[in-house]
Design a protein around this ligand. Sequence first.
Ligand code: ARG
Length: 460
Amino acid sequence: MAKIPTKPWGGRFSEPTNKFVERFSASVNFDHRLYAYDILGSTAHAEMLSKIGVLTDAECHVITDGLHTIREEIETGNFEWSIVLEDVHMNIEARLVELVGEPGKKLHTGRSRNDQIATDMRLWTRDQIDQIIAEQTVILGHLLGTAERHASTIMPGFTHLQVAQPITFGHHLLAWFEMLHRDRERFSECRHRVNVSPLGSAALAGTGFPIDREFTAKKLGFEGLAQNSLDAVSDRDFAIEFAAIASMTLLHLSRWCEELVAWNSPAFDFIELPDSFCTGSSIMPQKKNPDIPELVRGKTGRVIGNLSSLMVLMKSQPLAYNRDNQEDKEALFDTADTLRDCLFAMGEIIAAMSPRVDNMRAFAEKGFATATDLADYLVRKDVPFRDAHAIVGHVVAHASEKGLAIHEIELSHLQQFSKAIDADVFDSLTLEGSIAVRNHLGGTAPEAVMAAIKNAKKRL
Ligand code: ARG
């Protein structure tokens, strides 16, 4: 008589699994997070088996009711996960057999844990993408709201972190909007490639049962079917793509955070962050530190690390499924968890930060921000741009030496640098004048910013 195996795969084994091996190979400590998707997949599979006559209707009901009970047990903390049963799939299946007996043993007909895990992971990732897109949309909305209120708030625009030209705060926020908008677009494109059903690929070669892959795919809300069973059970490119887009998104957020940290410092003093999103120092009583943007900046490194782990994990793997792939989960889970937290943090910060508009303006007045406007003025008076550039260079050197802003230099002095300069020059030297003329698509003029916001609202 055959012995009763403790493991669902134990039939051909004559000695028990080494305890170390049990611990080393178990994934249930982390893949239990997939339980809801595993149950959804098993339910769809059972219904399909009954449709093709492999299960009777009665068996199918017993199985799906059992799966429902297991779901409740898990959600009420009454389910005992065991590493002896390795992973989420075998834990649930063993409990099903315990609960419903013989029909439970038929559930695994025509499938394998290999197509099962690929299905669970794709369903999980699809859900994460939907949550991420919702978070991104919240932030995009906050950015537009703040940009609208500050469409004509003047601040310095920087290159090389040196004052370059005046811009509006609204324009700056719209730059952030564009970055995140592209990231959101990337996620929704990636969703199509994630949302494909591997179910029916079984271990690697498909199955001899007359399965209906369309049926399970439809039940699970997949848009299509994986076209090759070997590829479907083995490739994790969808997880890598997800992590790549998450990395790109965090990379963008880390840039914003770098600016927020700088703006929040006394050197800039452009914004005030809400107390509830700052922390103090254990020794310096005066401190209110921007730790949350700093952490978002820091967590970017961790997510890029996850991307790298996933790529190296996949590299050189022969077809088809290899156990290496079990290592994809923690990196993928951590990527999604970290990104969602960071998006939430950024949404809160952007909604609550208060800009110090006077300081922004004062800073813009300091760095000869309208020097390019003086050059452009000369060009309009028929001075070739290269000559105009050189003339203004001399003006700036003079102003710098005298400790003056360009518009504080007297007209007669300005005229010593170029005969083309007239009294109307001062219109070009104001911050308002400088931004107002940049009135074209993509430009910083308040009118252009308002038009960009109107257009962005349509893309929201
Ligand atoms: N826990 C496994 C994983 O995450 C499930 C698939 C196991 N398949 C196998 N043939 N051992 O990849």
